[in-house]
Design a protein around this ligand. Structure first.
Ligand code: KG4
Ligand code: ZN
Length: 342
């Protein structure tokens, strides 16, 4: 089975061709970073127009690079939400047109399911597993029992963790996008200089909260000399606080997962923040101590891409799950509201 994937839900225009033996035949991403940088964040209108400008050419290139034609495809999968609605519309309309003209099955993929199933594209991970989904818009812990079968253990009460990285970067005067620049600045900083809070630590459950941490960084930083070492120290201290907060929540999730899914012993991290090496190292240590297996997809497959959408399409097509041409793109679409496969 060969599937074309399309991703346009945020600021990356992406197209990929993936085969059901887990080979990625092509995986192309056009980042709009330069277009949004002057505004310090993603501008939905600019994003939608840019997706529209690039998507047709990118799909062509993805097919050529994969050495396949529309006629070789067994399906087309596109992100159907959640995300910036203008962008999702562009990707879905493109996929619908291809499906209609070439008589292919259409799959509207939940973007979060794309992230959630990536570990099964890169590694032989079996259901059930515990998923830590950490991105710019999402911060959740979920039990994954199969495509469409998710149980949310916890979510953020305010900011997503990637959002906290992005806002902290702005406060510290670090360049956009914030996550990678905070990580870079942190490399030369002292993580113990500032005692930032570890929100929710020690509390039962698996929910997150990051707004207090962000406020604490802002307060501390406004009252001190803002030289290079202060920036590096604040970045390192912030990153350490995030790591310890996430670790605490993950430990609670492991406890619950053990009792509800005793046959599972794997944790997967996904989403853009999974690119953070400090967080990966903390999670690897913690899961080893808990005798869990730990999988983190390669960084290019953690951040937004279309290979994950094509793969989620393959997983759904295997179960006979397709969508009709009247599928309506969804700006909000929680994973635990997905249609459950039998
Ligand atoms: O999954 P993703 O590409 O897009 C969303 O669906 O949100 O995640 C983007 C988020 C941004 O907030 C970005 O700052 C963050 O992931 N991020 C990082 C790193 N690389 C990307 N956060 C921390 N450390 C990184 N190295
Ligand atoms: Zn994402």
């Amino acid at each position: 089975m060969i599937v074309l994937g399309i991703e346009t839900s945020c600021d990356e225009t992406a197209a990929a061709v993936v085969q059901d033996d887990r080979s990625i035949l092509s995986n192309l991403v056009i980042s709009q970073l330069d277009e949004h940088r002057p505004y310090g964040g993603v501008v939905p209108e600019i994003a939608a127009r840019s997706h529209l400008d690039h998507i047709d050419g990118l799909v062509d290139r993805a097919l050529r690079e994969a050495n396949v034609d529309f006629g070789d495809l067994d399906g087309v999968a596109a992100t159907g939400g959640p995300g910036l609605i203008g962008g999702v519309l562009v990707g879905m309309m493109t996929a619908k047109a291809i499906a209609l003209v070439h008589k292919l099955p259409l799959v509207a993929v939940n973007h979060l399911e794309g992230h959630a199933l990536t570990a099964r594209l890169t590694d032989d991970v079996e259901f059930p597993y515990l998923l830590l989904l950490v991105s710019g818009g999402h911060c959740q812990l979920l039990a994954v029992r199969g495509p469409g079968k998710y149980e949310r253990y916890g979510t953020t009460l305010d900011d997503a963790v990637g959002e906290a990285f992005d806002k902290t970067a702005k406060l510290l005067g670090l360049p956009y996008p914030g996550g990678p620049s905070v990580e870079k600045a942190a490399q030369t900083g002292n993580p113990d200089r500032f005692a930032f809070p570890r929100p929710m630590r020690g509390r039962p459950g698996c929910d997150f909260s990051f707004s207090g941490l962000k406020t604490s960084v802002a307060r501390t930083f406004q009252t001190m000399a803002q030289n290079g070492s202060a920036v590096a120290d604040a970045a390192a201290s912030f990153q350490k606080a995030v790591g310890e907060t996430v670790a605490d929540r993950v430990l609670n999730a492991i406890d619950r997962f053990r009792s509800e899914c005793p046959e599972g012993n794997t944790i997967v991290v996904a989403g853009g923040v999974a690119a953070n090496e400090h967080l990966r190292a903390i999670l690897a240590d913690l899961t080893a101590a808990e005798r869990f297996h730990f999988f983190a997809p390669p960084i290019a497959l953690c951040t937004d891409n279309a290979a994950m959408i094509a793969w989620a399409g393959i997983e759904r097509l295997r179960l006979g799950l397709t969508d009709t041409l009247d599928f309506a793109p969804r700006p909000r679409w929680p994973l635990d509201e997905l249609r459950v496969a039998s």
